[in-house]
Design a binder for this molecule. Sequence first.
Ligand code: FES
Length: 293
Amino acid sequence: MWEYTEKVKDHFFNPRNVGEIENPDGVGEVGSLACGDALKLTFKLDEKGKIADAKFKTFGCASAIATSSVLTEIIKGMTIDEASKVTNKDIADYLGGLPEQKMHCSVMGREALEAAIENYRSGGTKKHELQGKVVCTCFGVTENEIERVIKDNNLTTVEEVTNYCKAGGGCGGCKGEIEKIIERLQGDKAGQVIAKPPPIARRQTNIQRIQLIQQTINEQIRPALRAHGGNIELIDVDGSKVIVAFRGMCAQCRLTEFTMKDVVEAKLREFVSDDIVVEEDKESANQPHNHRE
Ligand code: FES
C-alpha cells in the first residue's frame, strides 16, 4: 500500500463535491475505465463569471478521488482565467504531495479541468480530444501531453514520465521516443535520477489481507461495475493470487480479460499489496447468479 499524507486520506475518506451539476457551464471528461482511472468534472459560474460550484465523479484509486475532491475546492471562487492556470503540481502540493507513482492522478485532474474550460469556451459543444501526435498508443498519450508534464514538473527520466501520465507503462514500445522528448527539453539534465526514500513496508496477516481484499472489492470495485450492469465475486485467495469471477455485463464483455482484470489488479495493488496477481475464474463466471451480493 502507498503512504499518503493526512490531507490525501481526508479527501479520500471524506470527498467534497461528489456528483454532477445539472445544466453545468463546463463539462470535462477524461480517462477511461480500461486505463483504470476516469474523471468527470462539472462546474457552474456565478453572475460575476467566477466558479460558484464544482462537482466530480470518478472511478479511480485513493489518489484519484483525493485529487478530484481537492481540485473542486481549489477552483471554487476562481475566474476561468485563474482556473486555467492551475497545474497538476498545484493540486499535488495542495494535498501535501502524492506518491510518485500516483502523480498521474493530479495530471488527470488538471486535464479534466482543461477539458471543462474548453467545453465552456466552446459554448458547451467541445469535448476533450487528444491534441497532437500520439506517442504512447497503449494509453493514448500525445507528444503535447508528455511535453507538458516534463515542463510542469521538471521531469528527467522515462520512469518519471510514466508516473505522471502513464506513457511508457504498457508495452514499453514508446520509451525511446519519450527519452528523445526528455533530451530535447531537458538537455544535460536528461536521465538524471533523483534518489527517493524506499517505500515503507507493512506487515499483513493472511486474515487481514483477505479482509482488505474483500473490503476493497466491496467499496472500490463493485460500485463502479454495477453502474455498468456488471458485478464481481471473490472466489479465492491463495497467497498473492486473487481469483475472481465477473458477472452480468462484465462476464459477457469480450474485453473483460484484458481490461477489467487489469483494473481490479491495479485497485488491489493500490489498497492491499503491490504483489497481487488477479486471475479470472471463467467456469464460475458462467454459472447462474442472482446479482444480490
Ligand atoms: S506504446 Fe507506450 S507503453 Fe505501449
